[in-house]
Design a protein around this ligand. Sequence first.
Ligand code: CTP
Length: 489
Amino acid sequence: MASITIRNLDDEVKELLRRLAAENDRSMEEQARVMIRAAVDGQIGPVGRIDQIEKTLRELTSAHGAAVPANAPAGKRLQHGLSGKRILLIIGGGIAAYKALDLIRRLRERGAAVRVVMTSAAQEFVTTLSVGALSADHVFADLFDRQDEHDVGHIRLSREADLLVVAPATADLMAKLANGHANDLASTVLIATDKPVLMAPAMNPRMWAHPATRRNRATLQKDGIAFVGPAKGEMAESNEAGEGRMAEPLEIVAAIEALLDVGPKPLSGRKIIVTSGPTHEPIDPVRYIANRSSGKQGHAIAAALARLGADVRLVSGPVGIADPAGVKTIHVERAQEMRDAVEQLLPADAAVFVAAVADWRSENSAGEKIKKVAGEGPPVLRMIENPDILAGIGHHSQRPGLVIGFAAETQDLLRNAEAKLRKKGADFIVANDVSQSSGVGPSGVMGGDRNRVRIVSKSGVEEWPEMSKDEVAARLAALIAERLKTIVV
Ligand code: CTP
């Protein structure tokens, strides 16, 4: 690990460093890193005289070591969204490691303190020197470094953070954590931590698609590890494209803000109703009619809206997933119960109808279990139509300012979605192809973790690329926040 030896600097520079460090309550080494960082950013011009340098440095803001001049363009000015938060960034060995440098910069711009652990493979792609200059802190790389262990120790390193971020998360790092290996500093820190962990995978598309990686990802998700990305697109290697590109630094920052719950709250004070999951329509006390909806998309939307500060009321049919954090959830079984629950929640600022409501129910569900009677053959079920909850609210006297429906189709996606928009009185229809041949994810949309949607409104159709249901939810929540800004209550 290269370090800055203050002793070797000439006296004039040393004296300046000493004064600035004392003023900013930093070590001289840390102050030197801040200055190198400012020079890398071009904030210290080619000035020759020490008093000019001092003047420039004094003009730089001292908060959190992110040196940014007060008159810098808006994008460069300090944004304190992550102020006081401590991020431990683990950089894995992949070509996307260079993006980690930008990630450090973005996090520090927002006021976060960033400490970095690099694997030895990561050091083949970026140097500890550049990482240290950007993070303004010592870079940790060796599990058996006596000095590091004495000063901090890997256990403290893993706990003295609000969040651990692995970017890029290589197939190897994922495999190590999924299987509990701890044979280097990065994997040891990951297994020793009691803090949340976010992984931003980056690897060749074939490696990402390999059953071993899929298995490891599922295990990690079950263990509570959060993921952002990977995205689809061109890979750094020539002639390689597919799913495996690391999420962009700003997407990772958004995921960090969401996990630390420090993001903007544009929906605070807004009440939003969300329906999710299937409905179960009884035939008799033990049998019912249902559909394949898992509730994953609706629950993710409820969670994303809550993260933006909304007072979310989720009306959920029977699902096998947990109630989203920070959301008031009402559990129902049948379409009529779902309709009643939604109506009781009015008035609201917006309503999002994600539930796959059963269109029909058995006219007379039997009070007792229907028995097989020899010679009588199977019973004939007479079906009647369920209430259309979305259409009811879309034309309600207390209609929310913004009404959004979904259209799950297996054919004529856009034509059907446009018809539903008109007929049901919605402002938007989120249309998705739920056919087995949609090509979305390994298991299709229904029950799967991924989705590809089109946003249909009176002003046209917006196509979104395939992404995880969580990402669809985050984008939809942002769209709702944007729209509600223009709706005055
Ligand atoms: N919806 C509803 N109540 C119903 C049926 C549907 O609130 N009884 C809502 C869904 O939550 C979704 C939208 O209407 O937001 C479209 O649902 P979908 O099942 O795609 O359409 P249907 O109206 O049921 O039409 P079809 O099954 O013929 O496609």
